[in-house]
Design a protein around this ligand. Structure first.
Ligand code: SF4
Length: 495
């Protein structure tokens, strides 16, 4: 057995959590930890948790409970719960699940290696769930980490919206923004290490503003919608990245809030070729009555007006969304309005969820009055509607050309036993998954990280099959230099 202690991380939930888990790994590795092959040979097991849905929280509790016999046989094993459930429950988790040693909130992840070491030295269980409101820190990728050709970059954390169903403002705290210099520097550093596509991350990513723009005497909670209505700092950030990191091939962001999709941001989409022609724009419901109960602060008409304006400026742009079914008080008519909005907006993908009451949220005061079987039926109808649109969309692309960033080899189909040719996969500028056959005997690895034109020859259930045109490639300069005046990246946290 190696002298270095070993960690194992299980991640639940959103892309923000995936990103946080990678940063926890970086922190552990820089403190001398190495990755375990599985739970059985780990000295530290971390559950990075999600509390947005009740189901995810239940799953976490059963996963942690499953470890009880292992912990009993190996008392030196450190069990940690990180992320949103950790923040929501804090010290209560230590008493409700007795074999948990460390509880660490999203703003305290960099402390995990030290907390784990102190437990290994015999310290009692500990909970750290303190928001860094006064001096926010942002975890950045370790320069040595191998992450492939796509990467996430955090722009902000927390959320100042108060959607009535959502626990995130409670578990992630108020909005805090990272400086433009730090964001551009991290994108540039990633590109110099071979990353070709970056996704900017934030709970309401397009509400980003420079941290120094917030008056010291005014909390960001006080920024009214109207104050932000005419200018988009986020559009300025996108332009700065496009200008200063020419080696970046594609830029995406998630998740934007519809009320910050204003004309200046739409202009950026129309004018910056680096921006993907796809947007994931959560709508949640198509009924104005429910949007009001959800405190989403836009109407169905305003949502459609904005996506139509975006589509008019960026032809061919695809849209995906998040939708909640069975919100308290949702009638059949409300749900029909959601389905009609799905058709009108032409979503080609959607994450659908059944409403579940979450602690500390305003919707707790509303009766959870839509029966479970009705929620199930509405979710199935929603998925059927979106699937039908996705199918039509994919079929409409057969015969056309797409640009594919090759991310790696396609996973072989589980159901096929015959020898199949080597295939690589990537995503198009509109976010379709595209598989490409590679000539027999050809090493596919030199294709990875390059943008190829491909002709679409077939629509699969959820992806496209394309014909690779190896001579039609868009190669980009690597950003080997930091933009002038930028600070270099630190390994763990920057303030
Ligand atoms: S915008 Fe609404 S749904 Fe999104 S994180 Fe904030 S409160 Fe939650």
């Amino acid at each position: 057995m190696s002298a270095s202690p070993r960690y194992w991380i299980e991640t639940f939930g959103c892309q923000m959590n995936v990103h946080d888990s990678q940063r926890m790994e970086d922190a552990l590795v820089s403190h001398g930890w190495v990755a375990a092959d599985g739970e059985q040979d780990a000295d530290l097991i971390v559950f990075n948790t999600c509390s947005v849905r009740e189901k995810a929280e239940h799953k976490l509790r059963s996963e942690v409970g499953r470890l009880r016999p292992l912990k009993r046989s190996r008392p030196d094993l450190v069990v940690a719960v990180a992320g949103c459930v950790a923040q929501q429950e804090g010290e209560k988790l230590l008493s409700s699940i007795r074999h948990v040693d460390v509880v660490v909130g999203p703003d305290n992840l960099a402390e995990l290696p030290v907390l784990a070491d102190t437990i290994r030295m015999g310290a009692p269980p500990v909970a750290r769930t303190v928001f860094d409101v006064d001096k926010p820190t942002f975890l950045v990728a370790s320069p040595s980490a191998e992450r492939g050709v796509t990467a996430y970059v955090t722009t902000m954390k927390g959320c100042d919206e108060r959607c009535s169903f959502c626990v995130v403002p409670y578990t992630r705290g108020p909005e805090r923004y990272r400086s433009m210099d730090e964001i551009v520097a991290e994108v540039s550093a990633l590109v110099s290490r071979g990353v070709r596509e970056v996704t900017l991350l934030g709970q309401t990513v397009n509400s980003w503003m420079p941290p120094d723009a917030i008056d010291a005497s005014t909390s960001s909670h006080d920024q009214s919608p109207s104050m932000r209505a005419s200018t988009s700092d986020f559009a300025v950030l996108l332009r700065a990245i496009a200008r200063e990191v020419p080696g970046l091939g594609r830029l995406r962001y998630t998740s934007p809030h519809p009320r910050h999709l204003i004309p200046e941001l739409i202009d950026a989409h129309a004018e910056l070729p680096v921006l993907a022609r796809h947007l994931h724009l959560p709508v949640q419901s198509g009924s104005n009555r429910l949007l009001k109960r959800m405190i989403r602060r836009y109407t169905r008409e305003a949502y459609l007006e904005r996506v139509n304006a975006l589509r008019a400026r960026v032809p061919g742009l695809t849209l995906s969304t998040d939708i909640i079914v069975g919100f308290p008080g949702e009638t059949d008519d409300d749900f029909q309005e959601t389905l009609s909005l799905v058709r009108e907006a032409g979503f080609v993908a959607a994450f659908g969820f059944k409403f579940s009451p979450r602690p500390f949220t305003p919707a707790l005061k509303l009766a959870d009055d839509v029966p479970e079987e009705v929620k199930d039926a509405r979710l199935a109808a929603l998925f059927a509607a979106v699937e039908e649109q996705q199918k039509r969309h994919l079929e409409s692309l057969v015969g056309s050309e797409v640009e594919v960033l090759v991310e790696g080899e396609s996973r072989p189909s589980q159901t096929r036993v015959a020898k199949i040719p080597t295939r690589v996969m990537g995503r198009s500028e509109r976010n379709e998954i595209v598989h490409l056959d590679v000539a027999e005997g050809r090493d596919p690895s030199p294709l990875v990280g390059r943008f190829f034109r491909a002709r679409v020859v077939r629509a699969n259930a959820h992806s496209l099959q394309g014909e690779l045109r190896e001579d039609d490639v868009r190669d980009l300069p690597l950003a080997t230099e930091k933009p002038k005046g930028r600070r270099s990246l630190q390994i763990l946290a920057e303030s």
